[in-house]
Design a protein around this ligand. Structure first.
Ligand SMILES: Cc1ncc(COP(=O)(O)O)c(C=O)c1O
Length: 416
């Protein structure tokens, strides 16, 4: 029975249908399925004891203030801490450049709310983060896409897309979700130069930057932009990049704490947007996160996370080599949580997922990460959330499903 509500949904909801994939992925919640589908950090990495102790300190020392409404910009000591931590990565800003958000997902939504008129186009990498598409599509964005390769966004193909006049670019330079690739330094320089030439600003989404397992840190776009414009003065950051990051991957996603760095006038507008959305992010959670992070514990903890996830990445890569047929290719991420696998074009990974679920293993088919379609023979696998034996067993099961599909598509394969 349809209610009165269904006829009253806003136009913006029309392009936000639930996908067949989402329905399939619900099946992967069954306990006997090994799922590489989610983007979940490993729960055994959550600093439960430290959070428990911090809750105690906050309630004892801050008392009712920790349970009270607070400012939209966020808890000043936590913003100061973020400023200090970002400075290590060369991001030199002051506290008035920083707004705390309810996870970086809400940062993306606020950015959409601030910038996107119905029909505006947003330039994204192809593939790109699904959650950003959900946030921006909610404001009726269209997409113009630029392909990626092992060095990230193919900047050589950017100009044509920029000429179409997108409102802004949405870029994931480090260990991109979904493909795990990293934008090279040379391309970062070229990207900033083109952004200035065409006058198109950049939203830089960097949830994984601190989770690097090999290679050297590469300067974020927000830093390169400051250098390019020579705007590293005393008045804080005044450039053309909005940067966002999160505590979800380094502390715990359930705290729902992220942040935005932007020029002060943009912060002022974002704060207005945020007031309408949630008044402020949880006072208590911000104080707890500050308490956990301030002692130096966070640095030690991030080192442990890097070791564990880096190892799991290697286990998955070795399992690919051992089990996957030679027709299948994959990326070698230098950090983050995801690997990207490409099968021969004859395999549709949405069909493959059905077979994989029968083998009790799951992944996310790649086409959902392509804003304008495509990517039917690609898939995303998460390596952070399963222990070694499970990773190896899951990949073995996937290889059965892949080989069966290949045999169906090309009977010659069955002979091998
Ligand atoms: C690229 C990217 N951006 C943003 C988010 C949102 O994270 P959160 O809202 O937990 O900070 C995620 C989560 O997986 C992500 O992968």
């Amino acid at each position: 029975m349809t209610t009165l509500w269904a006829q009253r949904y806003a136009l913006r909801t029309h392009s936000m249908g639930s996908s067949a994939i989402r329905e399939l992925l619900k099946l992967t919640q069954q306990p006997d399925i090994i799922s590489f589908g989610g983007g979940l950090p490993a729960p055994e990495m959550f600093p439960t004891e430290q959070v428990k102790a911090a809750c105690d300190v906050v309630l004892t020392e801050m008392g009712p203030q920790s349970l009270q409404y607070s400012t939209t910009e966020g808890y000043p000591p936590l913003r100061e801490l973020i400023v200090r931590r970002m400075a290590r990565y060369g991001i030199k800003v002051d506290i008035d450049n920083v707004v705390i958000t309810t996870g970086s997902q809400s940062a993306l939504d606020l950015i959409g709310k601030l910038l996107i008129n119905p029909g505006d186009s947003v330039l994204t990498e192809n593939p790109t983060y699904l959650g950003a598409l959900q946030a921006f599509t909610g404001y009726q964005a269209q997409y113009v896409t630029v392909p990626i390769d092992d060095d990230g966004l193919q900047v050589a193909q950017l100009e044509a897309a920029l000429r179409s006049g997108p409102k802004f670019m949405y870029i994931l330079p480090n260990f991109q979700n979904p493909a795990g690739v990293t934008l090279s330094l040379t391309r970062r320089y070229d990207l900033i130069a083109l952004a200035e030439e065409y006058g198109i600003p950049i939203v830089e989404d960097d949830p994984y930057g601190q989770l690097r397992y090999e290679g050297e840190h590469i300067k974020p776009l927000v830093v390169l932009d400051s250098e390019y414009l020579g705007c590293e003065g005393d008045s804080g950051y005044t450039g053309n990049v909005i940067y966002t990051s999160t505590f979800s991957k380094t502390l715990a996603p359930g705290l729902r704490l992220g942040w935005i760095v932007a020029p002060k006038d943009v912060v002022f507008k974002l704060v207005q947007m945020k007031q309408g959305t949630d008044l402020h992010s949880s006072t208590f959670d911000q104080m707890v996160a500050y308490e956990v992070a301030r002692s130096g514990f966070l640095d030690k903890h991030i080192r442990t996370i890097r070791e564990v996830y880096g190892h799991r990445r290697d286990v998955m890569l070795h399992a690919f080599e051992e089990y996957f047929p030679p027709e299948v290719h994959w990326t070698h991420p230098l950090g983050g949580l995801f690997l990207w696998v490409t099968t021969p074009p004859s395999i549709d990974t949405a069909d493959l997922l059905k077979d994989a679920i029968k083998e009790k293993v799951a992944f996310v088919p790649g086409y959902s990460f392509h804003p304008n379609g495509g990517g039917h023979n690609t898939m995303r696998l998460n390596f952070s959330n399963a222990k070694d034996e499970m990773i190896v067993e899951g990949i073995r099961r996937m290889s059965i499903a892949i080989k069966q599909r290949l045999a169906k598509e090309s009977p010659v394969f069955a002979l091998n």
